[in-house]
Design a binder for this molecule. Structure first.
Ligand code: SF4
Length: 375
C-alpha cells in the first residue's frame, strides 16, 4: 500500500536496527519514553523493542487517552445515564473502562442505561437531532487530537439552537502530563526511572505543533523527537534520540515532518481556545491531580456543559489496590510486574484502564509480547 508499506519495510528496519546498535555507546544505557499510546501499540505490534540493543530501553508513558481517564469521571458518565436519564454517547473503548461498584459504561448499559457508542462528536450531535425528546450527552475524552472536533460539535449545536445536547468534557493536555512525569512529588512514592528523552506524539503534534516541547528540551535538558506511528518512524526517532544523547544535545527534532510543523494547526488551536479554557486542576488515572492539565467549557457555551446542566459533581475514587497502572503509566513498572496481568486482568476482563485500549501498555503487551515472558 503506497505511503504505508514504505514505513514497514523489513530491510530498512534491519538497517535502522544496525544503525542504532552502532550509534549506542556500549558503556552507557539509554531510556526513552514514548508518550503516546499509538507508539506503544506500534512498538509492541511490530516488535521494535526486539530490534534494539539491550542498553536501549523503551518506557511506556501515559499517552493513551482511555488509560488516564480516572474512575470518578467514568462514574459521572454512569450517573448521567442511570440517574439523570440522559442518552450518553461516547467512543467505543471508553465503554469498557472499569468504574466504581464493579461497573463500567457497558455494564451500566446492561442495567438499562441508554448508552451508545459513536465514532465521532458529529455522530453524537446527530443522535441529539434525531431524538429531540431526549437529553443527549457526549462523553468527550482524549488529548489535543480529539478536542477540536468536540469544539466543532458545540459550535454546531449552538448554531442549530439545540437544547438537548451537552458535553461532559474530559479533554486533557499532553505537555502538562510530561511535566508531571518529570517533576511530580509522586516520583518519590513510585520511585523513578532515568529518562534520557521522549518520542513526541504524532497526532497530538499535528494540532499543537512541535513548539510546546521546546520547553522540555531547554528546561529539563531532555531531547524530544516527534515521530509518526509506523515502525520505521519510531526506529528513526530512536536513532535520532541516541545521537542527541551521545552529542550532549537536547533539542526538539521532527521525524514526522510529513504531517507536523512547528506551529501546528493554528485554525484548530483558535477554535479550541474559543470554546474551552484551562481547568485549575484535573485528576488523571495514575498521575493523580495535575494542575492546569485539563479543559473545561467556557461560560459563553455553558448551556452545552453537562456539568452545569446536570447534578453530577466529580468525586475522586481510588483505583483497585492491586492494579499497578499508576506505576506503569509513569514507566516505573512493566505490565508483567503486575500480579493480575494475564490472569485476573485480561482485555476481555480489564481490572485497570491500561488493559482496556489496544494503546494501553498492558493490553499491548498482552496482545503482542507476553509469550516472550515465558522464553
Ligand atoms: S495488568 Fe491490569 S490490573 Fe495490572 S496494571 Fe495492568 S491494567 Fe492494572
Amino acid at each position: 500500500m503506497k505511503y504505508i508499506d514504505e514505513f514497514r519495510d523489513g530491510d530498512l528496519a534491519r538497517g535502522l536496527s544496525a544503525a542504532i546498535r552502532q550509534a549506542a555507546v556500549p558503556a552507557r544505557s539509554y531510556h526513552f519514553m514514548e508518550f503516546c499510546g499509538g507508539h506503544t501499540h506500534a512498538i509492541s505490534r511490530y516488535g521494535v523493542a526486539d530490534l534494539l540493543p539491550d542498553n536501549v530501553r523503551m518506557i511506556h508513558g501515559p499517552g493513551c487517552p482511555v488509560c488516564v481517564l480516572p474512575v470518578g469521571r467514568v462514574d459521572m458518565a454512569i450517573r448521567l445515564a442511570l440517574d439523570c436519564g440522559v442518552t450518553l454517547c461516547t467512543y467505543g473503548d471508553t465503554l469498557r473502562v472499569p468504574a466504581s461498584d464493579s461497573l463500567s459504561l457497558m455494564k451500566a448499559k446492561a442495567r438499562g442505561g441508554d448508552i451508545r457508542m459513536v465514532y465521532s462528536s458529529a455522530d453524537a450531535l446527530k443522535v441529539a437531532q434525531a431524538n429531540p425528546e431526549k437529553q443527549v450527552v457526549f462523553f468527550a475524552i482524549g488529548f489535543e487530537t480529539t478536542t477540536p472536533p468536540t469544539a466543532v460539535a458545540i459550535k454546531q449545536a449552538q448554531a442549530l439552537g439545540l437544547k438537548n445536547f451537552s458535553v461532559l468534557c474530559c479533554h486533557v493536555l499532553t505537555p502538562s502530563a510530561i511535566s508531571t512525569i518529570l517533576e511530580s512529588p509522586e516520583v518519590r512514592q513510585w520511585g523513578t526511572v532515568p529518562l534520557d528523552g521522549f518520542i513526541g506524539p504524532a497526532h497530538v503534534s499535528t494540532i499543537i505543533g512541535s513548539q510546546p516541547y521546546e520547553f522540555f528540551a531547554e528546561e529539563y535538558r531532555k531531547p524530544v523527537v516527534i515521530a509518526g506511528f509506523e515502525p520505521l518512524d519510531v526506529m528513526q526517532a530512536i536513532l535520532m534520540l541516541v545521537k542527541q544523547v551521545n552529542e550532549g544535545r537536547a533539542v526538539v527534532e521532527n521525524e514526522f515532518s510529513r504531517a507536523v510543523t512547528r506551529e501546528g494547526n493554528v485554525k484548530a488551536q483558535n477554535l479550541v481556545a474559543e470554546v474551552f479554557e484551562l481547568r485549575r486542576q484535573f485528576e488523571w488515572r495514575g498521575l493523580n491531580v495535575v494542575p492546569y492539565s485539563g479543559l473545561k467549557i467556557r461560560k459563553e457555551f455553558a448551556e452545552f456543559d453537562a456539568e452545569q446542566r446536570f447534578p453530577v459533581a466529580y468525586v475522586s475514587v481510588a483505583d483497585n489496590r492491586a492494579c499497578e497502572c499508576g506505576a506503569i503509566l509513569r514507566g516505573v513498572k512493566k505490565p508483567q510486574d503486575c500480579k493480575l496481568f494475564g490472569t485476573v486482568c485480561t482485555p476481555e476482563n480489564p481490572v485497570g484502564s491500561c488493559m482496556v485500549s489496544s494503546e494501553g501498555a498492558c493490553a499491548a503487551h498482552y496482545t503482542y509480547g507476553r509469550y516472550k515472558d515465558f522464553q
